[in-house]
Each structure stands twice: as structure tokens, then as C-alpha cells.
Design a protein. Structure first.
Length: 322
């Protein structure tokens, strides 16, 4: 498919063509990837979008929560179009969770203003968030003004989701003491909101208690609230929800709305996106350089055989890298 067709299709919001473009962006073939980059460049930055990261322990209810908040938002606001992207390092082999996600998001996946796309299987862990970023930019180009990114918040690499989004949501379950140990402190510190999900039935009381505990823990972080220069910082919130019983969903959107209003007004949303661009530029440069290293094995061997200091060999090679 040629570039013009792809651009026209995306501009018209054609999901089939959007999916094709995302597949190009995920490709390891340089030409295909470059085509995706050209398409994204054509559309330029979309500043009036909302990017939300949703992370949490496996099975915390992230997908069910996304289905509930997604439908709620689409009903409230007919100008919204939602794209859900998932970053799931475990989906590589069986694609089991992809099928699982479709059933957990059955309301959203049937909605004509929603688009759901898992990150392609088989990609490396480090590349997942990078591919998700390009997928997000393509979705925004296709008119999806609200992006929800689901990722599992254990292991490494998922902190990168925070580098993709404006608002970072951490989904946990009632009775969190043990769970806290599985979640890195760093992730808690990044959260703009902690959602204690599954606050229903017998667990409702426990959920309120857990929320109180997390709330106290959050305020112990020196990074919470206050001012940075003359910019008033967001104070992270803790709420309880039931994604299955649709409780607390309105409160969630209220908090997101407050956050967006604050960060647009004090310009920190735009500033944050600028910082993120630097992050992705550096990371891409690092990856490109790293990919070239393999070409210099023979030169390293030759230099060392000639008795060069390893440090000198490295310096000389770097000077000649094109
Ligand atoms: N009682 C109760 N169960 C819930 C709630 N939200 C999700 N669940 C259940 O929890 C299980 C896991 O839900 P998912 O939405 O797949 O959780 P997830 O965090 O996306 O899971 P992974 O993507 O596999 O990490 C399912 O059986 C859901 O029905 C809730 O609010 N209350
Ligand atoms: Mg899920």
C-alpha cells in the first residue's frame, strides 16, 4: 500500500488502514518502519489529546477497568474517540491475553468510537513501549483524542509507559500489604492516581482501608504535591472502584479532569510532553547506535591484536561510525 493511500485512510479514520500503519511501525524492516515514520510526520503533533497510562499487578482488573471507564467517557462526551493500546510482555507467545482482553473489553470493542490494539507479539521487551508510542501517534492522527495504555506493572520496562502518557494510573487490589512488595516503590511514586479496584462485596470495607493506607504512604513521598519552581504540582489521589459494578468510575474521570485542567493551565502538560520527546530521541539514538555495534566486532579484534588499549580502540571506532 502506498503512502498516499495510508495517509488518506488514516485521515478518514479507517480502522483497517490504521491497523496496517501500526503494523508497519512495529516492523523490524527499516523501509516499512520509515514509511510509518513519514506518515506520522505528515500528520504532525496532536497536542489536544489525553494520554492515560494504566498499570498494575497481573489480574488487578486493568482491562475490566478500561472497559468501564471507556464506555462511561464515550457516553458522557460524544466528541471522544478512544484508542486502547496494551503493552504486554507476556502476550508474545500464546496471544492468550490478547483474546482475554477482547472479552474483558467487550463493551468497548463493540463501540464505533473505540479502537483496541495489542502491541505486536514477538517484539523485544525494550521495543514494546517504543512501538506503542508510534501506535499511539498513529491513533491520534486518526482522530482518537483519548489514548488508554494498559501495561503490567511488574518487571522492568513498564516504567516507560510513564514516558508515553500525561496521566499515570496504578490499579491495585484491596488488602495491599503483600502486593506493595511486588510493586516497585518507583512505580508508586510515579502514580498520579492509585485505584483500589474490586471494591465490591465482602472486599469493599477492606478496599477503603487499603485506600487509606496507600494515601498515607503516598504523602510520605517528598515528591507528592507542593511547588516546582512556580508550578503547582498535582497531589496524587487514591480512590476505590468496582469495574464490574461500575462504582467509582465517575470519580475517576473527575480526578482526570482536575488533573488535565491544572496541567494545561500551568503548562506542565506541554512541558512534560517536551521532556518525553527528549527521552525518546535519546533512547532511539541509543538503540540505533547499539544496533551498529555488531558491525565493529572485526575492527575491535584487529585493534586489540595490534596492541591498542580497549579504550583507545573504542574511541577511534566511534570517531568513524557513520
Ligand atoms: N469483583 C471484582 N472482580 C473484578 C473487578 N475488575 C475485574 N475483576 C475480575 O478480575 C479478573 C481479572 O480482570 P482483568 O480485567 O483481566 O485484569 P487485568 O489486570 O487486565 O489482567 P492482566 O491483563 O491479565 O494482567 C477477571 O476475572 C475480572 O472479572 C472488580 O471491580 N470487581
Ligand atoms: Mg488485561
Amino acid at each position: 500500500m502506498i503512502k498516499e493511500e495510508l495517509i488518506q485512510g488514516i485521515a478518514a479514520g479507517d480502522r483497517r488502514i490504521l491497523s496496517k500503519a501500526i503494523t508497519l511501525a512495529e516492523s523490524t524492516i527499516e523501509q516499512k518502519r520509515n514509511l510509518a515514520l513519514e506518515i506520522i510526520t505528515h500528520f504532525g503533533p496532536q497536542d489536544n489529546t489525553l494520554r492515560i497510562g494504566i498499570t498494575g499487578t497481573p489480574g488487578a482488573g486493568k482491562s475490566t477497568f478500561i472497559d468501564a471507564i471507556g464506555i462511561n467517557l464515550l457516553q458522557q462526551d460524544t466528541n471522544r474517540k478512544i484508542a486502547v493500546l496494551s503493552v504486554d510482555p507476556s502476550s508474545g507467545i500464546t496471544q492468550g491475553s490478547i483474546l482475554g482482553d477482547k472479552t474483558r473489553m467487550n463493551k468497548l470493542s463493540a463501540h464505533n468510537r473505540a479502537y483496541i490494539r495489542p502491541t505486536a507479539a514477538g517484539t523485544q521487551l525494550g521495543g514494546l513501549a517504543k512501538n506503542t508510542r508510534l501506535a499511539m501517534l498513529l491513533c491520534e492522527a486518526a482522530g482518537y483524542n483519548t489514548i488508554l495504555i494498559e501495561s503490567v506493572g511488574v518487571g522492568q520496562g513498564e516504567t516507560e509507559v510513564a514516558q508515553l502518557t500525561d496521566f499515570f494510573t496504578l490499579v491495585l487490589n484491596p488488602g495491599g500489604g503483600d502486593e506493595l512488595q511486588g510493586i516497585k516503590r518507583g512505580i508508586m511514586e510515579m502514580a498520579d492516581i492509585i485505584v483500589i479496584n474490586k471494591a465490591d462485596g465482602d472486599a469493599e470495607k477492606q478496599a477503603k482501608l487499603t485506600a487509606k493506607e496507600y494515601s498515607m504512604a503516598l504523602h510520605l513521598f517528598p515528591s507528592a504535591g507542593g511547588f516546582e519552581g512556580d508550578i503547582q504540582k498535582w497531589i496524587p489521589k487514591v480512590i476505590t472502584t468496582s469495574a464490574t459494578e461500575n462504582k467509582g468510575i465517575d470519580v475517576y474521570w473527575e480526578k482526570v479532569g482536575e488533573f488535565d485542567k491544572l496541567t494545561v493551565a500551568n503548562l506542565s502538560k506541554a512541558k512534560n510532553r517536551q521532556i518525553q520527546k527528549y527521552y525518546w530521541a535519546r533512547k532511539s539514538l541509543q538503540d540505533l547506535l547499539f544496533a551498529k555495534l555488531g558491525n565493529y566486532e572485526a575492527e575491535i579484534a584487529k585493534d586489540l591484536a595490534e596492541g591498542k588499549l580497549p579504550e583507545v580502540a573504542a574511541r577511534d571506532i566511534l570517531r568513524n561510525i557513520e
